[in-house]
Write a protein that binds this ligand. Sequence first.
Ligand code: NAD
Length: 376
Amino acid sequence: MILFAPKEIDSREARAAITPVTAKRLVDKGITIIVEKGIGELSNYPDKEYLESGAQLTTDRTKALSESDIIFRVRKPSIDEIKITKEGCIHLSFLDPFNDSDLLELMASQGITSISLEMIPRTTLAQKMDALSSQANISGYTSVIYAAEKLDKVLPMMMTPAGTISPAKFFIIGIGVAGLQAIATAKRLGARVTAFDVRQEALEQAESLGAKALRIELGENANEEGQVYAKELTPEQLDKQREAQAKVCEDSDVVITTAKVFGRRSPILLKTDVVDRMKHGSIVVDLAAETGGNVEGTVLDEEFVTNNGVRIIGLSNFESMASHHASQVFSANLGSFIEHFWNEEEKKINLDLGDEILSGCVLTNNKKIVHEKFID
Ligand code: NAD
């Protein structure tokens, strides 16, 4: 079996889909690993380390795509590259399946078995393969570091002979994996943190990290305990939420929004009228920018300062800001996937689509779209 990992082509992307450590794990299984020369240039995994791990380097991306049985990527592939990918190849990457049906159709017609990392089930068994979580954890951290760097204030309280400096105030909206890491990071740096999520369980987790939970009575609670993903709120519930949050936003130095609803556009939680009332110099990081944004006026991949001095950050490469560690855990997720389905006797991957993990994340197989959510 040949596994190929190309260099990412998106200019925002600094991660590598495979690191030398994962390459070694898979070489030890008997897989031939080929990586594109320079794959780890931006995340500080030199070519030399890949060679030492037993992987081979190539500069011929087209040949490698057309000959490999497995492909690892971070971001979704281009249409042109799918056309030259070997039939029967198993392709693992983020695929943005809810927004890119053309790509899915092409992958199906080309006979590619596509695994969407967004669709890996959130079960204990699949946790080690869950790239959404491993990457959200990194982006939660880097979003706080980035905001702290842009803020013209210190984060912790400082008692000095010249007077006391109050701690910076952070408000984290959406307490999933990214939100929890953002809370933990801001707390470690000494900020005062308030947090909100529609899920009760998440509010309790925020409190256990030392944040103040904002509790909003949203009427009939659409989100039952233990539910992994939040359900979409009704327009009336969203209005209530925005109203209850407004004062906290106005009082905060940094607002980080991470609120997503699986498979749907992210809800607008911060409207322009509230941004207009926020403090001069305050920062808003919209971590949901790629799925439409939680903040009215966010521009994807840009940051700008509003007329009243609020910096709105809609960057989508927070994982890439810590690309070394983001690649480490991303690549470990993909390595675990291969190991889980590896048949040691036959030295190949066994993909039984009836398996509980595979039935969740295999989108195309045998020239067809096979995932029920994406069949027309
Ligand atoms: P996500 O990225 O889909 O969304 C981020 C957060 O936004 C969620 O906590 C969600 O409840 C919240 N949200 C949605 N609408 C909102 C609104 N209107 N206002 C405020 N918040 C809103 O979430 P995620 O990071 O993928 O994590 C979701 C949950 O899944 C978490 O509880 C996480 O711990 C859990 N999880 C479980 C497993 C597992 O069991 N193996 C793996 C990963 C994550």
